[in-house]
Design a protein around this ligand. Structure first.
Ligand code: AMP
Ligand code: ZN
Length: 470
């Protein structure tokens, strides 16, 4: 098995990836907050998880993966109150929309999608353990984590915690970058009609950071191999997860490798709901975009590089997808009705290229190199097809290559589109001639357009009308 290396935010280095059990790599990813449609920046983070899953499988690992659904936080509480619905009613359609979007862009299902509201007892349990270790204090009915008591606070985001303002607190679920303060674990209800749980901690609801610590515990027991999320989650969210989990279970490992995916930008700025500079998947579909093109665009940049979204880039991605599909279609045809006309065919490079593609994935998911190999294969195969220098078994081998590549890319169709039969075209040409004879130009034009769509050129010759495929 080849050595796999991932960039670990904790150490700031690319490290050999050595999971506890290679047949069951334990992965947790921060998922969506379900109060609206996801934007395509969020989708980039979810597609990264899909790339990780598909790559690990191609590299010979098995995985058990989890993505949480945040179905309670400040925004959800505010919006559910104003819509007059309870939390479940309010979040259900957004959760469904999230799963639909994943399917539309070809994201494979994970093993677990736990909801925050289903894990409250596990969150309460963690708070109890933190209280026992003297890491929690109370203020006006809410409970806060005293970060100055956790000596390793800051080790993930590499913030300097020496000048920390101890005792200053944040009540909100999200706060500004690098502003280091105590964070809330349990919030007493503040708003009229706000959802709360009546527990031995008092009436309240969990702070946002706590759910991930609790779900990891609930699903995997002790530590996991990989934790992922967008870079914006490194601080404070993931730093706080470490403080909670390692604070509550100091003798157990928590996360071995932290992988963070970079942002999707618009005009150089992070795409975000609050800035209003976002597109949802549905916005793009309405404009006629192909979800495969979006998938290709978002996957095509390395996960640790920023990517600027433009419609020109989306169109380029669309053309790249078409180019791969056209080559595959030609191979599928060739496999069934070979046009091979040379005695000796030299070998095709797909086997070596596939090995190089696996090496690229093993090197911190280097998709740019992976794609360069795909393009090289397409170029070489197209040349061979043009020269009719590809045997049927080679065409078969090339199709297999595409199948393996698509195990990662997830954009190709392997069902050959049935070609229109020659007899059907003969009939159309015949009907067009009759229409012209009868001066029915509307019908004649209609048939001409249909022939055009089918890629048929009709020529007037001295022997009458002849047709050929473009
Ligand atoms: P949210 O639904 O806001 O909790 O975000 C879900 C995921 O999307 C998180 O992993 C975020 O880090 C990620 N995310 C948010 N905005 C962007 C963006 N513009 N580009 C890439 N990932 C993002
Ligand atoms: Zn999380």
């Amino acid at each position: 098995m080849r050595e796999v290396r991932f960039h670990n935010t904790l150490t700031g280095k690319k490290e050999p990836f050595l999971p506890e059990d290679k047949n069951k790599v334990r992965i947790y990813s921060c998922g969506p907050t379900v109060y609206n449609f996801a934007h395509i920046g969020n989708l980039r983070a979810f597609l990264f998880v899909d790339l990780l899953r598909r790559s690990l499988r191609a590299l010979g690992f098995g995985a058990e993966m989890t993505m949480n659904i945040t179905d309670i936080d400040d925004k959800i509480i505010r919006e559910s109150i104003s819509s007059g619905q309870n939390i479940q009613e309010f979040t259900r359609p957004w959760t469904e929309a999230f799963f639909q979007d994943l399917e539309t862009v070809g994201i494979q299902r994970l093993e677990h999608y736990p909801k925050a509201t289903d894990s409250v007892p596990e969150m309460v349990e963690i708070i109890h353990l933190l209280q026992k270790r003297g890491l929690v204090y109370e203020k006006e009915g809410s409970l806060y984590y005293s970060i100055s008591k956790f000596s390793e606070y800051g080790k993930l985001s590499h913030i300097d915690s020496t000048g920390m303002k101890t005792g200053t607190r944040y009540d909100t679920d999200e706060y500004e970058k690098d502003d280091v303060r105590d964070f809330v674990l349990w919030k007493s209800p503040k708003l009229e009609g706000e959802a709360f749980w009546d527990t031995d901690l008092g009436k309240g609801r969990p702070g946002w950071h706590l759910e991930c610590s609790a779900m990891i515990r609930k699903i995997y027991g002790s530590g996991i191999d990989i934790h992922t999320g967008g870079v914006d989650l490194t601080f404070p969210h993931h730093e706080n997860e470490i403080a909670q989990s390692e604070g509550a279970y100091p003798d157990e490992p928590f996360v071995k490798y932290w992988l963070h995916s970079e942002h999707l930008l618009v005009n150089g700025e992070k795409m975000s709901k609050s800035k209003g500079n976002f597109f949802t998947l549905r916005d793009l579909l309405q404009k006629g975009a192909d979800p495969k093109a979006l998938r290709f665009l978002l996957l095509g940049a390395h996960y640790r590089s920023k990517l600027n979204f433009t419609f020109d880039r989306l169109e380029e991605a669309n053309q790249a997808v078409q180019r791969l599909q056209t080559c595959l279609d030609r191979l599928l045809t060739e496999k069934e009705t070979p046009s091979f006309s040379f005695r000796d065919a030299s070998p095709i490079p797909t086997r070596e290229l596939w090995e190089q593609m696996l090496d690229s994935l093993a090197d911190d998911l280097n998709v740019s190199k992976f794609l360069a190999c795909v393009y090289e294969a397409v170029k070489s195969l197209n040349q061979r097809l043009d020269k009719r220098a590809l045997t049927a078994p080679q065409a078969e081998e090339a199709v297999e290559f595409f199948r393996k590549a698509d195990g990662i890319l997830g954009i190709l169709e392997f069902e050959r589109k049935p070609e229109t039969l020659d007899s059907e075209i003969d009939e159309l040409v015949q009907r067009r001639q009759e229409a012209r004879k009868n001066k029915d130009f509307a019908l004649s034009d209609q048939i001409r357009d249909r022939l055009n769509e089918l890629g048929i050129v009709v020529e007037d010759t001295k022997d009458g009308l002849r047709w050929r495929r473009k």
